[in-house]
Design a protein around this ligand. Sequence first.
Ligand SMILES: Cc1ncc(COP(=O)(O)O)c(C=O)c1O
Length: 397
Amino acid sequence: MNSFSDRSVNRAGTNSMKWDRYKGRDILPFWLADMEFACAPAIIDSIHKLTRQSIFGYTLPSAEQYNAVLKYLRDEKNVLAEKDWIVWLPGIVPGLGASCRAFAGDNDAVMMCTPVYPQFMLAPANQGRKAICVPLARKGMDYGFDWDAMEKCAAGTKLFLLCNPHNPVGKAFSRKELTRLVDFCKRHDIIICSDDIHCDLIVDQGARHTAILSIEGAAERSVMLMAPSKTYNVPGLACAFAVIADADLRERFKQAIRGTSEWVNMFGLEACRVAYEECKEWHDGLISYLRGNRAYLLDFFANRMPEIKVGSCESTYMAWLDVSELGQDNAVKFFEEAGVGLSDGADYGEKQMMRLNYACPRSMLEEGLNRMERAVASLRAPVGPKSYTLDNAVENA
Ligand SMILES: Cc1ncc(COP(=O)(O)O)c(C=O)c1O
């Protein structure tokens, strides 16, 4: 099997959240962030091996599992972490909640830049904190931090939730941008919680992921949340971890998860080890396949649906689409009626935008884009035969 198309799996009957939304309807799902590819054989083998144990008791993370994470951080992320820095979690979202609880008090604010993954906006409210949503500065389809707006909102802010790479705009922040962010947070005494779940999905050849903990001065004020779940397609195994260098921040974070999110299941822990230690070739194949899908999609929109503007898709496997030119009040419904299920940009804090997950076989992407094109074409003004005027007569003479 060398093409990721061959790794696609029929997910009917698997309780897939993504597919069951449209159960019994001819709507292809391009919304939720998991992939249509079977995960790496080494991960599947490791799960099979574990199922041969006849007791699934309380299980501690093994030395090998810690070592795999520490080596990954050192070799791939330029972060020399120690075992103590790792706090295992059943997911990134519990880590966002724990950070809000740990680092912001009842009347404090938590800042984030929108559009952003909806759980960012929900996390402060879930913990009784206040969310301050600062829109990213946008030029065309390029997004970046709006430093002036962030300065204006800094008073009363105790925590900054960073999404790096950024879901949904697909931007991997540069070292320069992150250095400025650390400086901004230092001046205003703000802790940074960086969600790096998409960090190994860098699709653009010119882009790269920079870990916040590799930035000078960040360690004393940063929590980095990571997981193999997006990259290796194992979110159902519920395993993530926080990397926290500073002992005081770590203790506050651990206190915030005590009694709630302390345990990670044994399958997730082992899949995490195997992903980081044994799946390099699979990962290279995935990125190469995603690059092909991205190129196909960018070309398709540019040439066949120019009414829809697309972001750079630098990282993550999401395309961020501006559908405002279509003039639809309910673009989700419009495309569902055409047989395509997309995410609504309004849920991310930006209306008239949509998100399309292109981590699927090329044939599914082609079918989805063809369906979208037919729907968009139906909105175009009909081009009738040219009526014959005096001007035409002169032109044609
Ligand atoms: C930026 C981001 N953070 C977190 C998550 C979810 O993480 P988890 O399932 O580990 O809670 C997602 C899922 O799409 C995401 O895009």
